[in-house]
Design a protein around this ligand. Structure first.
Ligand code: FAD
Length: 386
């Protein structure tokens, strides 16, 4: 079909990749971002091969990786802080700050001619092809891409949700400054991701830039003493005494107003499109973060949308073909993410068995299917090996 004009809601992973991919195929594109700038929560994103291929396609892979950290190994520690298991990070070793990635995606989109409007909150979208902003302005489009994240109000107003599965757990992601001694240890000891479990609480942290740690805390929704902003170091130190100083630093040095506890959820829509509207990213297919694949799927499905529009004779055919092609893999990841999540709540002996089962090649292949997938629309860049 002939390229037209697209209005995109949300300057996150999905919205910005859709914008660049459409602009590169001849569309005029405007992105609406309700925040006053791109800066939002800072946290570490795991870069799998599927994402790396898209960055390579856009010519920004080297700059993306240069802004993050390559993690040499992953240490599991017990409550006393002793290392009980250590593994080399053979696969997907990069952890990159979200803001760094989103800034590069926005720069790439603007270079392709995309207009990004900040302080521009979209109130509603119409299947006939328009968006209405908070200030009442109505803008027409041949295509509206709704990529406004997990709590999409536009999706909800369109009545698109088929199933919303709330998890038992929640998590917070936060960055804290690293100390000079910690930075110096990188050269001596290598870069390390530390992971610790105590009952249903989990702590995971690693350097995400030379000067910052990224910390992820998860716990059950019922654990109200733990899921607070800022955290109470005494509560967390009860489970992980050896990490007390880390929790104090988190309480005192992290940017809590920019962070929130996310209640994990899985979202399935009745359909990914309605008239001239396509919904993608967390708005369409959110998943808990256990396999670190949410952003990867947002990006893959955004690029896949632009590729489908290029190939099809009409918008309707393109949207149908896009969903037919991309949805099965997305739902595969959602399913295996939930399976992985369920193993975390098993009693200890069964949990140990599940860790062994994960190493069975067929099971490992299910977990990694999306990570190793070549996204639709990635051609010229060739294989990427991180
Ligand atoms: C604890 C945790 C850890 C995670 N770790 C990883 C990981 O390691 N790897 C990974 O791939 N994924 C990870 N994810 C998932 C990842 O963060 C999401 O899948 C990803 O951000 C989804 O991208 P998106 O573009 O769909 O939405 P978002 O990134 O949420 O972007 C949506 C954008 O839309 C804007 N917006 C919202 N409403 C409006 C409106 N009405 N008008 C205009 N703009 C609007 C928002 O301000 C925002 O900028 C994690 C998630 C959690 C909760």
């Amino acid at each position: 079909m002939q390229p037209g004009h697209a209005e995109i809601v949300g300057a996150g992973f999905g919205g910005l990749v859709a914008a660049t991919a459409l602009a590169g195929r001849g569309w005029t594109v405007r992105v609406h971002e309700r925040r006053e700038q791109l800066a939002g929560e800072g946290y570490g994103i795991t870069i799998h091969n599927n994402m790396a291929r898209i960055f390579a396609e856009f010519g920004i892979l080297d700059r993306v990786l240069a802004g993050g950290m390559r993690i040499d190994r992953r240490d599991s520690v017990n409550a006393r802080g002793d290392v009980v298991m250590t593994r080399k990070t053979a696969r997907s070793p990069y952890r990159i700050d979200r803001q760094h990635i989103v800034a590069l995606l926005a720069e790439r989109a603007q270079a392709a001619g995309v207009e990004i409007r900040f302080n521009s909150a979209v109130k509603t979208a119409s299947p006939e092809g328009s968006v209405t902003l908070d200030d009442g302005q109505k803008l027409s489009a041949d295509l509206v891409v709704v990529a406004d994240g997990i709590n999409s109000t536009i999706r909800d107003a369109l009545g698109l949700i088929k199933r919303r599965i709330w998890g038992r757990d929640c998590g917070v992601r936060i960055n804290i400054p690293r100390r000079p001694g910690e930075i110096a240890a990188d050269d001596r000891e290598g870069t390390v991701m530390i992971e610790a479990w105590a009952d249903k609480r989990r702590v995971l942290y690693c350097p995400v830039t030379k000067n910052e740690f990224y910390v992820l805390l998860t716990c059950t929704m019922r654990d109200t003493g733990a899921a607070t902003s800022p955290i109470d170091p005494d509560v967390w130190a009860r489970s992980f005494p050896a990490m007390r100083s880390l929790f104090i630093r988190m309480r005192d040095e992290a940017d809590w107003p920019q962070s929130h506890w996310a209640h994990f959820q899985t979202i399935h829509l009745k359909t990914w499109s309605m008239g001239r509207i396509a919904v993608l990213g967390d708005a369409a297919h959110a998943m808990p973060p256990y396999l670190a694949q949410g952003a990867g799927h947002a990006m893959m499905n955004a690029l896949g949308l632009a590729a489908a529009l290029q190939d099809a004779p009409s918008l309707e055919t393109a949207l149908t073909e896009w969903e037919r092609r991309e949805r099965p893999l997305t739902e595969h990841t959602q399913l295996w993410t939930r399976i992985y999540g369920a193993t975390m709540f098993l009693p200890k002996p069964l949990k140990t068995i599940s860790i062994l089962v994960e190493k069975v090649p067929w099971v490992a292949a299910q977990y990694l299917r999306a990570a190793n997938h070549v996204p639709t629309g990635c051609g010229a860049a060739g294989p990427v090996s991180l």
